[in-house]
Design a protein around this ligand. Structure first.
Ligand code: PDD
Length: 295
């Protein structure tokens, strides 16, 4: 079943959803986005996603033309249409909700004054979880040569529609049969994955690179710190290098649509015992225990 899409207030099926080619989001990748998923048909950690969207938009000097409350109403309208279109197949289905905000239509130049009105898009489609084997057996990822954007180039803190850096990294990992791509920053330190954040576990302590390493401030990443606190698992930020990855007892990735996925192989090397480890399992259990609390 396809997506239901809202474009500046018009809600249609995916075949009819269109944005003008002179939209600077299309021409230049000028825009920001958020991906949320629902639990119980409600976007999880909605306020945090909206705060991040506001921060991303500010970093490209783009005004957000809605309040979080107003946008939630528009998401709910789109969701209603989505479930209508799904019919019986929608029972028990959770949603993937992608909100895009672009500079809007203007002249073919970089002058922001030529774009009087931003474009707002909401894409609602079924949330597809990673396969059960990913959680039970863990996944293999690839440490790719594609370098994460320098913070003075396109700052990875901006959740930008300009995703070429991420796409090239992921495509390289895919070519090598990996589930995800791990990227280093311009200093050669570990930063994050193409669509997720990265954590390592050593001697029971969990570590993830600091924001200063050039990465997205993942909503799930922050939530994992909270899960660690409630599960009495120490989670901290520290600079990581290749050796920390390959010498780790456990490694896992986090994202909105994937929660916490254990990594058991990096390139051709096995991580720890080659099976999802106890700390990763404990954090995932705590994460899932807490998800309804965020509603
Ligand atoms: N990706 N890093 C990058 C580069 C990402 O694109 C994402 C999210 C994350 C994880 O952030 P969060 O926990 O807030 O989802 C980290 C989303 C899911 C996507 O682009 O589909």
């Amino acid at each position: 079943m396809g997506a239901t899409i809202y474009v500046n207030g018009r809600i249609t099926g995916e075949d009819e959803a269109v944005v003008p080619v002179l939209d600077h989001g299309f021409l230049f990748g000028e825009g920001v986005y958020e991906v949320m998923r629902t639990y119980g048909r409600k976007p999880f950690l909605y306020g945090r996603h909206m705060d991040r969207m506001r921060r991303s938009a500010a970093m490209i000097d783009l005004a957000v033309p809605f309040t979080a409350e107003y946008l939630l109403g528009e998401i709910e309208k789109t969701a209603d249409r989505f479930y209508e279109a799904q019919g019986e197949a929608g029972a028990g289905m959770e949603m993937y909700v992608r909100v895009l905000l672009t500079r809007g239509v203007g002249a073919i130049n970089y002058d922001v004054r030529s774009c009087p009105a931003p474009t707002v898009v909401i894409i609602v489609k079924p949330q597809v979880d990673p396969p059960a084997e990913a959680y039970e057996q863990g996944v293999r990822v690839i440490l790719v040569p594609v370098v994460r954007n320098h913070p003075n180039s396109i700052n990875p803190l901006i959740k930008s529609n300009n995703l070429l850096n991420n796409a090239l990294a992921w495509q390289e990992a895919k070519r090598q049969g990996g589930f995800e791509a791990i990227m280093r920053n311009y200093r050669g330190e570990i930063s994050e994955c193409s669509q997720s954040n990265l954590f390592v576990v050593k001697d029971g302590r969990v570590t993830t690179p600091p924001l200063e390493a050039g990465l997205l401030a993942g909503i799930t990443r922050a939530f994992v710190f909270e899960c660690g606190e409630s599960a009495a698992v120490p989670v901290r930020e520290a600079t990581l290098h290749d050796a920390d990855l390959f010498g780790a007892d456990e490694v896992f990735l986090t994202s909105t649509t994937r929660e916490i996925v254990p990594i058991v192989r990096i390139d051709e090397r096995t991580v720890g015992t080659g099976t999802p480890g106890p700390v990763t399992r404990q954090l995932l259990a705590e994460f899932r225990r807490r998800t309804p609390e965020g509603l």
